[in-house]
Design a protein around this ligand. Structure first.
Ligand SMILES: Nc1ncnc2c1ncn2[C@@H]1O[C@H](COP(=O)(O)OP(=O)(O)OP(=O)(O)O)[C@@H](O)[C@H]1O
Length: 240
């Protein structure tokens, strides 16, 4: 059975001050099996983030369906699922990583990662150890562990986001430009993390600015321009 099946998905935005509704995207169709990694490519403004945000239900889809094969609820349509069920899925099954950090204020970096684990029902002891492991893995300077992340640089915020999402070992992970503001060394860490998650059987949907970064990682590529999905055997995007 498919893990994720996006069918005739579309999203419009109402621009209130202009009194206009504009279609951001329509007729999006792609699917992936459990454990697969799909990369979404397309030019700026083509709607890549809108798809990810709609899967995570930060945006409410306007048309079509987003079927997800949930461990807890079985097959659900993320376009129509209840708010309570969606909150459960965000807590236990679906992770989302972007460049932007949206977290509880006045909570330290370390505590945010610990909280992500406590939410999943881990004990305090395990949460503390796992949080430190994750922060170390993503090379977060220990001097920052007990600071509030509002003053962190873009790359530090991103690494914290990745640590918070991956410690939960989600079944489906959505990656919205997870390497955008990172240096080469940190990008390699993200790549290692993706490989590790793939080996654990995590299903991934990712947007990457840097298409070379996806080489050998993605199983499929969905092109926003052609609306076609390509099964990638070994390498991606050498033509550019
Ligand atoms: N909340 C919103 N309100 C109004 N318009 C929006 C909103 N979010 C996205 N859009 C519009 O929808 C279109 C798609 O945006 P989206 O961010 O999904 O594109 P993208 O392909 O991810 O772009 P980029 O590669 O530049 O991040 C754009 O025209 C954008 O202006």
């Amino acid at each position: 059975m498919k893990m994720l099946d996006v069918k005739e998905f579309g999203k419009r935005f109402t621009i209130h001050h202009l009194g206009k509704t504009i279609p951001a995207i329509e007729h999006i169709n792609f699917s992936l099996d459990a454990g697969e990694f799909i990369g979404i490519i397309g030019k700026s403004g083509s709607g890549k983030s809108t798809i990810l945000k709609s899967i995570y239900r930060s945006y409410l889809p306007d048309s079509g369906n987003i079927f997800y094969n949930s461990e807890r609820f079985g097959l659900v349509d993320l376009a129509n699922i209840s708010e309570r069920e969606m909150l459960y899925l965000r807590k236990y099954e679906i992770g989302y990583v972007s460049q932007f950090l949206n977290v509880m204020p006045r909570t330290t970096c370390r505590q945010l990662v610990i909280n992500a684990l406590l939410e999943m029902g881990e004990t305090e002891e395990i949460a503390l150890v796992e949080a430190e492991k994750a922060l170390t893995h993503f090379e977060m300077d220990p001097k920052l562990w007990d600071s509030y992340p509002n003053t962190f640089s873009g790359g530090e915020k991103l690494r914290l986001n990745i640590a918070m999402a991956t410690v939960k070992n989600p079944r489906l992970l959505l990656l919205d430009e997870p390497t955008a503001s990172l240096d080469q060394q940190s990008k390699v860490k993200v790549r290692e993390m993706i490989e590790k998650l793939k080996n654990r059987g995590t299903t991934l949907v990712g947007i990457f600015h840097d298409i070379e970064f996806m080489e050998g990682l993605c199983d499929k590529v969905y092109d926003m321009q052609t609306r076609e999905m390509t099964v990638v055997k070994e390498t991606v995007g050498n033509e550019s």
